[in-house]
Design a protein around this ligand. Sequence first.
Ligand code: AHG
Ligand code: MN
Ligand code: MN
Length: 346
Amino acid sequence: MVKHTATSVVTIERYIIEQEKLHPEATGELSGILYDLALAAKMIANKVRSAGLADILGATDDINVQGEVQQKLDVIANEIIVKAVDHGGRLCAMASEEEPEIIQIPDNFRCGKYCLLFDPLDGSSNIDVNVPVGTIFSVVRKITRGARGEMEDMLQPGRRQVASGYVIYGSSTMLVYTTGQGAHGFTLDPSIGEFLLSHPNIRIPQMGRYLSVNDSYERLWDDNVRGLMRRYRGLDGERTPMSVRYVGSLVADFHRNLLGGGLFAYPANKKSPKGKLRLLYEANPLAFIVEQAGGAATNGGKRILDIEPADLHQRTPLYIGSKLDVEMATSMLANPVPEEQPLAAR
Ligand code: AHG
Ligand code: MN
Ligand code: MN
């Protein structure tokens, strides 16, 4: 008898098929979008890995719709995703952080029943210094009647997402996604070019070890936010202190906290009263993932997934991660904290 010693591996394709079987009514279209995105992720991973070699580092002269200088890889990643998904007949339109308007499906391709929203390259200012970057995506069902996707289809609250996920291009490339049945992680095996199931059913610890926040904005925060951050750091004696970890790539910070427990915060501040992160391309997809993993996400007053979007590029304050830490944000931001006592009175 032959003895089988190798462990069986589950590719992302096999996993998506298995998940689809749980829904007898599924047409396979959503699965198709996820395969296409996995392919795009492999292509982007390749570009990110060889960025220094291919002389594509550095900024282009174009300014994107957010008023930021686009990195060349932003443009390339955007193009790769659009081209990977536009011809499959599954999408009716797309929206990208890098493009001001809705991206329509070319006339010669069929339109489908889903919309894709994405941040092609998150943390792109880190590319030049070899720090992990990522891709974030969100899928919603079309709700208007015509063939093409319209603004109304794009501006749906995050709770209507049917799938979301992210890819992290780090020491290894990982793709994490959810279709509402848990959050599952796959690691790219570069030797065979396949994403293999490595983190089934991710669960985020209820209370976090890590705090990710850019506290150089402290002077611009209001007192509630300042009080909350003091609490996370254990300075008011109400909580064991968290360790601070801030990469400056949302995907990288979020991923660490998802696996190890923690909270990522990008509060509103006096210069950015709505925060910096985008509701549709960053906050919503990651909020769907974190909730599926047992965590939570809020803008400080409202669950992220319940916000009614008014604009494609809308920004939102974001507190996302371990459930009890997000609840702490909700309660402390809703209740003004007392003025900080002078040192002598403590
Ligand atoms: P992007 O590269 O897609 O524009 O996103 C950058 C974001 C996010 O990844 C990160 O968490 C945040 O910007 C960092 O902002 P600060 O430099 O203000 O901390
Ligand atoms: Mn981003
Ligand atoms: Mn980006």
